[in-house]
Design a protein around this ligand. Structure first.
Ligand SMILES: [Zn+2]
Length: 416
């Protein structure tokens, strides 16, 4: 009774059915699939029949038949009655189920119940395959992964049983393992009631926003580490507009200082607001992703999902972090401001700018949090990045560079 199910089938192009034509793979795709099967020595339905009509049953001859369109590669959807939106395995089961019903109609034919979900990426709208999930069906916990089309089928004992599912998210480092326990929020649980499964069963879509969840995870980890990140809305950043684009595959961190007009005293929020207003016109938002004040308070700058504007001509893949003070040494820059400062030092007034321990601890913690989600390889002071000019040649000052070198020593990160 069991019909052999394979994903594709080769048929002669002489007498295809309408349904077969509708599910024929384009020639390029067909060639790829057939070639892969031939290389693996794997069987395709219909291959025997094809070889039987060839003068010489060589693989190259098989390929020629597919290439010329004499033989078509048909997806097995062509053989389902009304497949609807149901996945292949479900479709195949339903197919058998229906054939059995047809052959042996009985009023007490067994029905199945449950829910079908399709998990897609919030960003790309593509199905998320092999994505782990945890589900609960009438109190029983079920763990699994989405199938090759991003689908999940959960069976329930009867109609109207509560079914809930939570799909794991993924950071760029691909660590999904501990993420379930770190996101216990009920907001990420989808709940439905089971219903009868048939070819027309409604498929519930779940869009997983990996980027938003990664940001959420960073904020949560910072809180746990004792260095909470102050949300950008809390220091008064407004929604940004122009010059903004997305970025995500971060592999570098650039360290900055706020510059010579900034001191250690005063509120970090106020300083973030000041940097924001200095950057707004030119960059559409604050350019740095994070700021840290001298007391060790960490501020969210530009949303991590957006490309920064902190290293001229070199922002892709770079997370910008600014220490909200001046980290140059007297004599380092050699302009009017610097000469005046040198004069003050001669008079015995110390202008040396060092990084307070609290700020250093916060920076170390922040780098750890960033590295827990992004595959960071490089840590550089702003001026170490290629082709920087003017303030970019100074930033983050000689004292900032000492910090960068010390951090490279402890983290093993590399020079830009
Ligand atoms: Zn800089």
């Amino acid at each position: 009774m069991a019909r052999r199910v394979s994903a594709v089938k080769l048929i002669s192009a002489l007498y295809p059915s309408l349904s077969e034509l509708k599910h024929t793979c384009p020639v390029d795709e067909a060639l790829d699939i057939v070639k892969q099967h031939l290389e693996r020595g794997a069987d395709i339905d219909g291959m025997e029949s094809l070889r039987n009509v060839l003068m010489l049953p060589f693989d190259s001859e098989v390929m020629k038949q597919v290439e010329s369109g004499e033989w078509l590669l048909v997806r097995d959807e062509a053989y389902y009655f009304d497949r609807g939106q149901i996945d292949k395995s479900v479709g195949a089961k339903l197919f058998e189920h229906r054939v059995m019903e047809l052959m042996n109609p009985s009023p007490g034919a067994k029905k199945s119940y449950g829910c079908i979900f399709k998990v897609i990426s919030f960003d790309s709208r593509e199905p998320l395959i092999e994505r782990p999930y945890i589900a609960m069906v009438s109190g029983k916990i079920i763990e699994g992964r989405t199938d090759s089309e991003g689908r999940v089928q959960l069976l329930a004992p009867s109609d109207g049983v509560p079914v809930s599912i939570r799909v794991s998210f993924r950071t760029p480092l691909q660590h999904t393992g501990g993420l379930f326990s770190e996101s216990t929020d009920t907001a990420f649980v989808t709940e439905l009631m089971s219903r009868e499964l048939d070819a027309n069963t409604w498929v519930c879509r779940i869009a997983v926003n990996d980027r938003a969840m990664t940001r959420h995870l960073m904020i949560k980890r910072a809180e746990i580490s004792g260095f909470p990140i102050t949300d950008r809305s809390e220091w008064g950043a407004v929604k940004s507009g122009k010059h903004i684009s997305y970025d995500w595959d971060y592999s570098m961190i650039a360290l900055h200082h706020a510059g010579r007009s900034y001191g250690c005293g005063g509120s970090g929020s106020t300083k973030m607001g000041r940097v924001f207003s200095e950057h707004l016109e030119k960059f559409g938002d604050i350019g740095y992703h994070f700021g840290i004040d001298c007391s060790g308070q960490i501020f969210e700058g530009r949303d991590i999902r957006l490309k920064g504007a902190s290293v001229a001509g070199y922002n892709t893949k770079v997370i910008g972090v600014v220490l909200l003070e001046d980290l140059t040494n007297a004599g380092e820059v050699g302009d009017v401001v610097d000469r005046a400062r040198g004069f003050m030092e001669v008079l015995g007034q110390k202008t040396q700018n060092t990084v307070p321990a609290e700020q250093m601890n916060a920076l170390t913690a922040l780098i750890g949090i960033i590295r827990s989600v992004f595959p960071i390889e490089i840590l550089g002071g702003h001026r170490e990045f290629p082709k920087q000019t003017q303030e970019g040649k100074v930033c983050p000052g000689n004292n900032g560079m000492k910090i960068v070198e010390a951090l490279r020593g402890t983290t093993g990160l590399e020079v830009p």
